[in-house]
Design a binder for this molecule. Structure first.
Ligand code: GRG
Length: 302
């Protein structure tokens, strides 16, 4: 029997890699825009799990067969985290979810004010495409960089995360069928997660077949991620989550537990994580990190 993949150690190591990449890439502390940069840095360094950039690096490894492309993929990995962080800042604003707590700390607008928080989000979103299109990246050619930027724009924009958020807001306090919930989840949460996996694969030069398998993997872990998010919101405390627990019910939002109950929802999360692992059947040990990440996403507690 082979030893289980050391996922804890892997996550710790990759988080470190991402933190030091951010230390190199992040906006400087001193500049004419210091206050704006400070608001961006506040949310970026406030303790996220870094799931999306790690998925990007792990997908690159699955295609490349080693970690040789990691350095070249780091700007894209950081770009994904910038976009994710901007979405959380904007999601917490009074006009959206109006939350005070995120990642265990006061939300951006409660610290810097609404206008500065909107601009911090705008700055992070734009900076992501600055990172993605930087010509200093001599390992990934322009065609690859273009494909990666396009993939992320699709996942983050109106065909993905932003579209899902718009649909979610429009559906608040409206009774809707499960199919609408599935559409909202796939776009709001799943699209950026799938794009994270695909971006790493594109950067590493995936074949059509590999890209199809990894897209399928991304779709399934995106689903598992959101189901678990619904579960945690219903079953954890605010202290455990670092953000307001029970908020879905308070807002009358449709969720997996609301449709299926807790036990059935847990089953569905496991099925989605298992399906993600099955999607990797054509890959060997080079995809072990991705397999372990599917397991982590299903078993995570925050
Ligand atoms: C405002 C354009 C716009 C989009 C907002 C992401 C999002 C769309 C809203 C956040 C609401 C939410 C709870 C979504 C469910 C899944 C999710 C994105 C959870 C947070 O992601 P994690 O757990 O967070 O990766 P950390 O803090 O670890 O990075």
């Amino acid at each position: 029997m082979t030893d289980p993949f050391p996922i804890k150690q892997y996550l710790q190591e990759k988080r470190q890699v991402i933190e030091s990449a951010f230390a190199r890439f992040a906006p400087p502390e001193k500049s004419p825009y210091a206050n704006h940069f400070e608001a961006m840095r506040y949310s970026l360094f406030v303790g996220g799990k870094r799931v999306r950039p790690i998925l990007c690096l792990a997908a690159g490894q699955a295609v490349c067969g080693s970690e040789a492309l990691e350095e070249a993929l780091l700007p894209a990995a950081c770009a994904l985290e910038c976009i994710h962080t901007y979405s959380l800042i904007h999601d917490d604003l009074p006009a959206m979810d109006d939350d005070d707590l995120r990642r265990g700390k006061p939300t951006n607008h409660t610290v810097y004010g609404e206008a500065a928080a909107i601009l911090a989000g705008d700055g992070l979103l734009t900076w992501a495409f600055d990172l993605l299109t930087n010509s200093d990246n001599t390992v990934l050619d322009a065609k690859k960089q273009l494909a990666m930027a396009h993939c992320i724009a699709r996942g983050a924009g109106s065909f993905g995360m932003v579209g899902g958020q718009a649909l979610d807001i429009a559906s608040e306090n409206v009774e809707y069928p499960f199919s609408t919930l599935a559409t909202i989840h796939k776009a709001k949460t799943g699209a950026l997660i799938t794009a994270s996996v695909k971006t790493g694969a594109l950067g590493a030069g995936a074949t059509e077949q590999q890209l199809t398998a990894l897209t399928n993997y991304g779709d399934k872990i995106g689903l598992a991620f959101q189901i678990v998010d619904d579960l945690l919101d219903a079953t954890s405390t605010t202290e455990q989550l670092g953000k307001a627990a029970g908020s879905d019910e308070k807002r009358g939002k449709a969720t997996y537990p609301a449709f299926f109950g807790i036990d059935e929802t847990r089953k569905k999360a496991k099925e989605a994580a298992d399906a993600a692992i099955t999607a990797l059947s054509a890959f060997g040990t080079e995809a072990e990190p991705l397999r372990a990440l599917a397991e982590y996403i299903y078993t995570r507690s925050r």
